[in-house]
Write a protein that binds this ligand. Structure first.
Ligand code: ATP
Length: 676
């Protein structure tokens, strides 16, 4: 465990027990974190600060964690700030008395709106001294901004940001911010603006915050008994919090419970339950059936069809069970017209999709057996052709409206294909084997053709049988197979993990790199010849969860129809930004620059022949030795992935893994060639 040197001085003499946590104290921690890349040191800074919060103002622990994570609430609450770059610039200008033109000029020069805000603040004289910002005040202020909607809300948002900005850096406005030397230091204005932009850019990944929180709680609990915790105790605390959080990803529930009952009792009070969506288990790609057999050799496994739709998690509580699940009453919708009890459908990133799929919710009652009182179901919603009774491609599903769908307007019907049950009648099932979970799922629900079906599966033992099932899945318009561990502990459900116990075998990718990639569009090049009115090629990036940067991986100009290019031009023109964001990692060579840059918003699925190293791109560059990034050779556009957010794009570590696997295969092949 890394430690922090103490100066012996109390840096926050104003922070008294029970009083609101000063926002300045959090920003000081942020600026310490910003100046290092060492994970242990980052964790130590955060943990020390959280210990202080627990000692003095434990009631502010929740908003402190939320501001550290750049999140105002859990994902399923659907709270988004909805603020673009131009609104932020307007607010910085108005709150500091500088013109928009000057702010834009600064932005061009400095490139980081946070630093522009810090500089603007440091130049500002102060007639009177407003009250300093507090963590809970900033959290509430931002929450209010997120909730502003409708006519005039943009102006309202600017005014509310101005109010926060006016109170920023009250105690340090006389200091000139040295942008070069200390990245703007602990300026509150800088971190406020970065929060508004949606990226604090501290390398403070969620897993680091969870570890820091666990360490802080364990240390604080031991300190109350006059002890220092052992390394084992700290590790136990971390493991406990990680497990609980993976099954119940809600700090709103976990933090108060932890403060009341202590970390060692967390698993008794905080359990998976309907109403709090968990992050789904994910699969590893494979390149050959032999790879599948190597992995599962000697174990029982099952091959399910891989349906090509949208991942969904359906939560349900029967009327008579509602009192057992307090969280459900807040998050699941009750629509007595169409179904009894409480229910909701969540996406793979825990967004509430109930307003997208009212037609599914309306049919729920038909499928639920009378003995079923509560469940969480893992499934795929797939476009369905009722005439021919077969599934339709993913693109059909994406044409459905995302919000406020009326059942009477639905033209693309969907069928739910259920493949896993995570909770049933008051009990979490994640530790049970897949065979047991599957059996409970079949007992709980009554399938109806074209509405709810169980994912088709077969038990294969050798290459021929798997190949046979793969062919059947393709005939049934599926993408391939999901091969899963069936018995033993290894077949438990692993929330949020891309696990070796689930392997995907896609029909198209048995050669090549094994899987397509989902990449974020960062920039574009103007078209030539026939394509002059649109963009002709695009710059794509993968996402690094560690650094929270988008790292460029290829240019792409193949796979687009003219109609699509026209549509993309319209869509992307709306998110053009003046210069790349500081969290874009790209080549700075003049010839490599795209003609326009975009906000990181859209994810596209892309296929590639193979991966190669190139000085022009930045994906996984650190892992590859710092000189060359990984890039895609002959990339081809497949489709938009509007069901994915940019930070759910293929990660740079997945790209690195694909690259390494390819290297191994190539070596094997050249070895064989030598022998032959
Ligand atoms: P892909 O682009 O291959 O869907 P992904 O990154 O969206 O990849 P993966 O975990 O890699 O997600 O692939 C598994 C996805 O396949 C699941 O997220 C789910 O949406 C879908 N799926 C379809 N049928 C099944 C099934 N029987 N079991 C599990 N997942 C399935």
């Amino acid at each position: 465990q890394a430690t922090i040197k103490s100066t012996g001085k109390d840096p926050y003499p104003d922070w008294k027990p029970g009083e609101a946590v000063p926002y300045a104290a959090l920003c000081t921690t942020f600026s310490l974190v910003e100046l290092t890349t060492k994970r242990l040191q980052i964790t130590a800074y955060c943990s020390a600060f959280l210990q202080q919060v627990m000692r003095l103002t434990p009631q502010d622990l929740l908003p402190t964690i939320q501001l550290m994570l750049n999140k105002l609430a859990a994902d399923y609450a659907g709270i988004e700030l909805g603020i673009g770059e131009s609104l932020i610039m307007k607010a910085i200008g108005e709150s500091s008395g500088r013109s928009l033109a000057v702010i834009k000029e600064d932005h061009k020069k400095i490139g980081d709106l946070g630093l522009v805000a810090a500089k603007s603040k440091s130049k500002q004289g102060q007639m009177f001294k407003p009250k300093s910002l507090t963590v809970r005040g900033v959290h509430q202020g931002l929450l209010d901004i997120a909730k502003m909607e409708g006519h005039g809300s943009q102006d309202q948002k600017v005014r509310a940001i101005n109010k926060l900005m006016a109170s920023a850096d009250v105690s340090s406005t006389s200091k000139t911010v040295d942008i070069e030397k200390d990245k703007g230091g602990p300026s509150e204005a800088k971190f406020l603006v970065r929060f508004l932009e949606g990226k604090l850019r501290l390398g403070l990944a969620e897993k680091t915050v969870i570890i820091a929180l666990a360490q802080a709680v364990v240390t604080h609990e031991s300190a109350k008994k006059g002890k220092v915790p052992s390394t084992d105790k700290l590790a136990e605390g971390e493991a406990a919090l990680k497990t609980v959080y993976s099954e119940l990803p809600s700090y709103e529930v976990i933090i108060p419970a932890m403060l009341e009952h202590g970390i060692s009792h967390l698993h008794e009070t905080c359990k998976l339950q309907p109403g709090v969506p968990l992050k789904p288990m994910l699969a590893k790609p494979t390149k050959s059936i032999t790879e599948v057999l190597d992995r599962f050799e000697g174990k029982d496994f099952t091959c399910e069809f891989k349906y090509d739709g949208e991942r969904a998690q359906i939560h349900y509580v029967a009327p008579e069970a509602i009192s057992e699940f307090p969280a459900a009453a807040n998050t699941l919708s009750k629509d007595s017209k169409s179904f009894k009890g409480l229910a909701a459908i969540f996406s793979r990133n825990s967004e509430d999709l109930s307003k997208k799929y009212p037609d599914i919710l309306e049919k729920l009652d038909k499928w639920i057996k009378p003995t079923t009182k509560s469940f969480v179901l893992d499934c795929e919603t797939v476009a369905w052709d009722p005439q021919n009774k077969k599934v339709l491609p993913f693109q059909q599903l994406m044409t459905r409206k995302r919000k406020d769908v009326k059942t009477s307007d639905v033209t693309v019907k969907v069928c739910v294909f259920a493949f896993d049950m995570l909770f049933y009648n008051g009990e979490a099932l994640v530790k049970k084997t897949l065979r047991e979970r599957r059996e409970l799922m079949h007992n709980a629900l009554e399938p109806v053709e074209g509405e709810l079906q169980f994912a088709q599966y077969g038990d294969a033992k050798d290459i021929e049988e798997i190949q046979h099932l793969l062919d059947d899945s393709v005939k049934a318009s599926c993408e391939g197979l999901m091969v899963k561990m069936l018995d033993t502990e290894e077949s438990g459900y692993e929330p949020s993990k891309r696990s070796r116990n689930w392997l995907k075998v896609k029909k198209d990718y048995l050669s090549g790199v094994g899987d397509s990639l989902d990449l974020v569009v960062l920039g574009a090049y103007h078209g030539k010849g026939k394509r002059t009115s649109w963009y002709g090629a695009f710059l794509l990036a993968a996402y690094s969860a560690d650094t929270q940067n988008y790292e460029t991986v290829c240019n792409i100009g193949t796979g687009f129809s003219e109609q699509l290019l026209e549509e993309l031009h319209k869509e992307l023109s709306e998110i053009v930004i003046e210069r790349p964001k500081p969290f874009y990692s790209h080549s700075t060579t003049k010839n490599d620059q795209p003609d326009v840059w975009f906000e990181a918003r859209y994810v596209w699925e892309v296929k590639t022949a193979d991966l190669t190293l190139s000085p022009r791109y930045r994906a996984a560059i650190e892992e590859m030795g710092g000189k060359n990034g990984i890039s895609l050779r002959f990339p081809r556009f497949i489709q938009r992935r509007d069901d994915k957010k940019p930070d759910e794009a293929t990660s740079t570590s997945q790209v690195a893994e694909m690259y390494r696997k390819q290297e191994v295969v190539q070596k094997e092949q050249s070895g064989k060639a030598g022998v032959d």
